[in-house]
Design a binder for this molecule. Structure first.
Ligand code: GLC
Length: 520
């Protein structure tokens, strides 16, 4: 795969650092803990690690409220720990992608402290201050505007009031943020996942958003309005292009954007002449109903929308979304793994997906996530998908010698890395096989995607490279399906039996089975 950039044939693995591995008994994961688990990641076969924010933060939104972009929060370690982690990762051939949170800072960031100190402060215009609020809402509930007693104006926050939005129309803000990118790029990081890329810039006239005709009771309050004037503004693209240009000052780095938008808008983030984000995250599988027709439609509409030369990517889980095994059922999780790992382009896994980890119910008194605290019971809470990685069956699952910051799932004595390692037909082994196959069969990474089809519960497609041709058959139902198939060889079944079985004539796919077949 020499003709491709590393990120094009990568499986990226998202680590939510609070929950991966603790090393100092405080019940919260850290960099030294993560470093200890690098060999596990090498064994899994992934290529790159994306770490959710590890910068100093009051943790109002667990690191997505950054108080210093060029340091490491003591909860996670020190800059030296990070350098060591990076070196050890690189030494093992793993790339490291950091989370860049440019839309807002913490309200404790020195810039904001200065900005709110007086109307005349040179940093006043670094944030969005107004005499009167408009109707824009916070994604975490309530108005997006907070009144500041001392200076008598309101500031805008897309998320918590502890997360004031920066003013990306101010050239000094841009320069400061681009220098932060350079700081980490010089330090050797391989790229960035940019938080809420599509929200970066707001309407310069601060026009009110129109009501959302689709709103109904029970939805989060932020859905009451359509985010016309505070998201996906045309000016965002020049910022993305500028960020990309900063990354291009350094060879071989990748810019990934977190973007929740319909495909037609999403793909504009590749930028003019593909000079925007190399990978605008494609969350459409993650939001798609789990049936063959909807998935086929999602895959095809994304594919059709991709600009010429744009590189596809797919995501099934992240720290903001219910875990896939909970969404579709644990029995179906292996089929999701096969779907993801046989699609073309770059793939992103969320830690624990390879164990079939499910959402962990969080008792009300243990809720941590502000999204849940602010608007309880609407299903916004993200703690259930952020619980500690279960490594073994010991107390606290080998995650910590202290008390874990979020509870472990009840099933951790059986669903943990050590136990699944020992079971050769576990989902963990399936992930390993499938990831390894992408290395040995480049047709799976960059071969053509053909004949995407849905037939009742069966989703199928072909992958065609120069030397190899594969057929992927995914039974999304719980009944067997009989197929009139001739002349193919099973490369792998999600049941992890049938390997190398040759198939001739009529053929059965078992309930919730995925099959990867080699065609002659
Ligand atoms: C992104 C992050 C999410 C965070 C929000 C505000 O959506 O993924 O976890 O709460 O931005 O920074």
């Amino acid at each position: 795969m020499q003709d491709f950039d590393w990120w094009q044939h990568s499986v990226i693995y998202e680590i939510y650092p609070r929950s991966f591995q603790d090393s100092n008994r405080d019940g919260i994961g850290d960099l030294s803990g993560m470093a200890r688990r690098l060999d596990y990641l090498v064994g899994l076969g992934i290529d790159a690690i994306w770490i959710s924010p590890i910068f100093p933060s009051p943790m109002a939104d667990f690191g997505y409220d950054v108080a210093n972009y060029c340091e490491i929060d003591p909860i996670f370690g020190t800059l030296q720990d990070f350098d060591r982690f990076l070196e050890e990762a690189h030494h093992r051939g793993l790339r490291v992608i950091l989370d860049f949170v440019p839309n807002h800072t913490s309200d404790q960031h020195p810039w904001f402290l200065e900005s709110r100190s007086s109307l005349k402060n040179p940093k006043r215009d670094w944030y969005l201050w107004r005499d009167q609020p408009n109707n824009w809402l916070s994604s975490f509930g309530g108005s997006g505007w907070e009144f500041d007693e001392k200076t008598g104006q309101y500031y805008y926050h897309s998320f918590l009031k502890q997360q004031p939005d920066l003013n990306w129309r101010n050239p000094d803000v841009k320069a400061a943020m681009y220098n932060i990118l350079r700081f980490w790029l010089r330090g050797g990081v391989d790229g960035f996942r940019v938080d809420v890329m599509w929200l970066l810039i707001k309407d310069d006239q601060f026009r009110d958003n129109p009501p959302n005709p689709g709103y109904r009771a029970g939805l989060p309050s932020s859905h009451q309005l359509l985010p016309v004037y505070n998201s996906d503004r045309p000016e965002t693209h020049s910022l993305v292009t500028e960020m990309r240009a900063v990354l291009d000052e350094f060879p071989g780095r990748v810019l990934i954007g977190e973007i929740y938008l319909p495909v037609q808008q999403l793909v504009t983030y590749y930028g003019p002449d593909l000079k925007g984000a190399q990978l605008p995250f494609n969350f459409h599988l993650l939001q798609c109903a789990w049936n063959a027709e909807a998935l086929a439609h999602s895959i095809l509409s994304y594919y059709d929308a991709l600009p010429a030369g744009a590189w596809p990517n797919w995501v099934l889980g992240n720290h903001d979304q219910p875990r896939i095994a909970s969404r579709i059922g644990a029995a179906m999780a292996p089929v999701a793994a096969m779907l993801l790992l046989t699609l073309p382009g770059t793939l992103t896994l969320y830690y624990g997906e390879e164990l079939g980890m499910t959402n962990v119910p969080i008792p009300a008194e243990q809720v941590q996530d502000p999204a849940e605290k602010n608007e309880p019971g609407l299903g916004q809470g993200r703690d259930p998908e952020r619980t500690p990685m279960p490594w073994d069956a010991s107390p606290s699952a080998g995650f910590t010698a202290g008390v874990p910051w979020l509870p472990l799932g009840d099933d951790y004595p059986t669903i943990n890395v050590e136990a699944l390692e020992q079971n050769p037909s576990s989902i963990l082994h399936l992930y390993r096989h499938l990831i390894r196959l992408r290395r040995t069969s480049p047709a799976l990474v960059h071969g053509k995607l053909k004949l995407v089809a849905a037939d009742r519960h069966l989703l199928s497609f072909q992958r065609e490279g120069e030397k190899e041709r594969f057929l992927v058959l995914l039974n999304l139902g719980y009944d067997s399906v009989q197929l009139p198939l001739v002349n193919a060889t099973v490369v792998i079944s999600t049941y992890l039996d049938r390997i190398a079985e040759s198939v001739n004539g009529s053929f059965e796919i078992r309930p919730a089975e995925g099959l990867l077949l080699r065609l002659p």
